[in-house]
Design a protein around this ligand. Sequence first.
Ligand SMILES: [Zn+2]
Length: 63
Amino acid sequence: MTNSDRERYQSIEVLREILKRTLKGLKFQLDCGHYVTFGHFLGNNVTIYNGKDLRIICSECGY
Ligand SMILES: [Zn+2]
């Protein structure tokens, strides 16, 4: 990776703030059928499969 490539990547803190602000308190049924509540300490963890379409499942159903 070149220095100019590297400069295009933002800090993980930027992603964390986007997710926290956007998702806090929201509830979803995931692609695996399980449920998640964001910002809840007992909530499921999620795995996001990247690609043209995102597939989002709980960590229990991850492979
Ligand atoms: Zn699941």
